[in-house]
Design a binder for this molecule. Structure first.
Ligand SMILES: [Zn+2]
Ligand SMILES: [Zn+2]
Length: 660
């Protein structure tokens, strides 16, 4: 028997017997790696651990605790789910079952239109545990389309996918099922269960086990509302008991923080059904916070050298033809209104109107960069099934800016923008950021290579100047320019994409925008789109969840509540309210109709930052008992001393926010 030599990611070589598999390699490196291994990358291709290695191959091992490893675990667990369902529900058909963020799902069609109940999830999960215990192998085979159609003859959804591949009509949904070049592969666990799949998979079901089924929902086959409605089972799967427990704990925390629940409890806003899906009304307590967010945003933009503009909510369709929205964004727009012999649309974006402002007269290079800013309300069609509180809504207001600059100004402008974006986000309590740079899709772009390189360099340089780590999404940019996305991490570790800095080489072209340069010639400006908080609605949703409704004092709708112990102290309490109100605090009182304990509890439920209790001693000594949210009670605090301390706290937050 001869040997083979393979290379490892660190550049070192390993000599192995000539029938060695990727798993043998992992074992040869160490028992810990063998245990953690779930798949391998051989010569750049993800593959099963059971793959026999060839001489000269470059091999790395995918372990369970990595993103790639979790993907394999999750997708393998989806197969186990499908097998369990087919074992428990005679005649169940299964369609697709991909890994998704944090978990997986699988779509099923049950005979006679039956649906899963929540009780079924427990039964299915128990069956899955049996399959894991049986340690069934995942055995890969490859076949022709004809063979595949025969093998999956009683699985119509699989047959449909094969037929789409045959007709060269496959899409992203099919990518996990059928490999490049239309190679059909299948993974068999038992004589009676086989699933069409690209893989890779864990070597056997015994490698799985840290999973939980979560919920059932309806899902249209291929997302087509006219197609059959399938039953989708969602689950989560992890590399260890601890990782699973942490994730489930995070979900519990997230449920407690759900902005829809808190918005009701704290009387911030509501989504009345009479209003229609995806539309909210803001109650006074939500509206005051929104006003504070918007005031702050306006103040920062004013200081940041932006010019404020206003634009209408409707526009003639011709505008959206010029901008291209009707060509490439029609799905996201509302149906048109016919009037005055014209066709009008609610605007899905503010950009075209800002282009009109730029184009309203001749522009000189001396006016650039021209930074137009608007809290602009836009309307975008979202399918009913995708609406989610404030996070996905059908009408929203962007803190939207369009910056027109020269090519020479681009790098400096982007660097300043990044400073500006981070400083505003920090003011709202976010300090953990992730950055992604999306670069040119070589298949699909407008503008010259030179300008793409220049703009991409400007974005990259800005990120590097800030010394931040960033991911590069190669080829992920929109066809009209590269962009930076800024994500923030919230208090429970979830990531939210908020800000975007997007270069655009297309709109200035479409609107034929020009400025007169120092050379007296006409030049095309570069346009940057920049949404900072993104949508005010969604940002507010993120903020509610980040703070679990306990807003910092400067944003709290009620900052102080004064509680008289008994009726005799009401007059004194009213005086304290007056002093605080005169000092600028948002303050109220609750008279002694209810017991003090109940009133304190209510204030805590409303997450009021300061509760001041006043009784006999306070009236005599001109003091208050200070009961801060989440802090220790302090009795006998002089009213003036509290006012000073309160104002300092709010002022410090504001001046920190303003970078003063
Ligand atoms: Zn699979
Ligand atoms: Zn824009």
């Amino acid at each position: 028997m001869s040997n083979i030599t393979v290379s490892l990611p660190d550049g070192s070589d390993r000599v192995l017997p000539d029938d060695a598999t990727a798993l043998d390699l992992a074992a040869a490196i160490g028992s810990g790696l063998k245990k953690a291994a779930v798949a391998a990358v051989v010569d750049g291709e993800e593959t099963d651990l059971t793959t026999t290695l060839r001489d000269g191959a470059v091999v790395s091992i995918i372990t369970a605790g990595t993103d790639e490893g979790r993907h394999v675990l999750r997708h393998s667990t989806a197969h186990v789910l499908a097998q369990a369902v087919t074992r428990l529900f005679q005649g169940a058909k299964f369609s697709i079952g991909p890994a998704i963020e944090n978990g997986f799902y699988y779509d099923f069609d049950l005979p006679g239109g039956t649906t899963f109940s929540d009780d079924d999830l427990g039964r299915i999960e128990a069956e899955m545990r049996e399959i894991v215990k049986a340690n069934q192998p995942f055995v890969r085979s490859e076949m022709s389309m004809a063979e595949a159609k025969e093998l999956f003859a009683d699985q119509p959804y699989k047959v449909e996918i094969i037929e789409r591949v045959e007709a060269a009509d496959a899409d992203n949904d099919d990518a996990a099922e059928v490999g490049e070049g239309g190679v059909i592969s299948a993974y068999r666990n038992t004589d009676s269960f086989v699933d069409m799949c690209v893989g890779p998979h864990v070597p056997s079901t015994g490698k799985l086990g840290f999973f939980k089924l979560q919920r059932v929902s309806g899902a249209y086959w291929r997302g087509n509302e006219k197609g059959p409605m399938l039953q989708r089972i969602y689950g989560t799967a992890w590399e260890s008991k601890q990782a699973l427990a942490e994730h489930l704990h995070q979900l519990e925390e997230a449920a407690k923080r759900d902005h829809r629940k808190l918005a009701t409890e704290l009387d911030l806003l509501s989504f009345p059904h009479q209003l229609g899906g995806g539309l909210a009304v803001w109650h006074p307590k939500g509206a005051i916070i929104r006003k504070l967010i918007e005031d702050y945003s306006r103040l920062r933009h004013e200081k940041g050298g932006y010019d404020f503009v206003y634009t209408p909510h409707l526009a003639n369709g011709k505008l959206f033809e010029t901008s291209g929205h009707l060509q490439w964004y029609a799905d996201g727009m509302y149906p048109p209104m016919e009037m005055d012999n014209g066709t009008y649309y609610p605007k899905p974006m503010n950009c075209p109107m800002h282009c009109l402002i730029f184009d309203s007269r001749q522009r000189s290079y001396r006016e650039l960069p021209l930074r137009l800013f608007e809290l602009g309300t836009v309307y975008r069609y979202e399918r009913a099934g995708t609406l989610h509180g404030l996070m996905r809504i059908r009408g929203f207001t962007q803190d939207d800016s369009h910056i027109f600059c020269t090519r020479e100004q681009l790098a400096g402008e982007v660097a300043d923008l990044l400073d500006f974006v981070l400083s505003v986000l920090r003011a709202f309590g976010f300090d953990d950021f992730t950055f992604n740079l999306s670069t040119k899709d070589p298949e699909k772009y407008v503008g010259s290579d030179e300008i793409w390189d220049e703009a991409t360099d400007a974005l990259r340089t800005a990120l590097e100047k800030h010394g931040v780590e960033y991911g590069i999404k190669e080829g992920d940019a929109a066809f009209y320019g590269p962009k930076i996305d800024v994500d923030v991490r919230d208090a429970i570790g979830r990531s939210w994409q908020l800000s975007t800095i997007q270069a655009d080489f297309q709109l200035p072209e479409r609107f034929d925008l020009e400025y007169v340069g120092a050379d007296n010639n006409r030049h095309r400006p570069i346009m940057l789109h920049r949404a900072l908080l993104g949508s005010i609605e969604r940002f507010f949703g993120v903020l509610i969840e980040h703070y679990a409704g306990a807003f910092p004092t400067w944003l709290a709708p009620t900052q102080v509540r004064v509680l008289p112990v008994a009726e005799a102290h009401e007059e004194y309490a009213a005086g304290v309210v007056e002093v605080l109100r005169a000092a600028g605090a948002r303050v109220d009182t609750a008279v002694a109709d209810d017991g003090l304990g109940k009133r304190i509890r209510n204030a805590k439920l409303e997450k009021v930052p300061y509760v001041l209790v006043v009784g006999d001693d306070d009236v005599a000594a001109k003091t208050v008992g200070v009961n801060p949210r989440g802090g220790e009670v302090e009795r006998g605090v002089a009213v003036d001393a509290f006012v000073d301390q309160f104002l300092r706290e709010v002022h410090d937050a504001e001046s920190a926010a303003l970078g003063a």
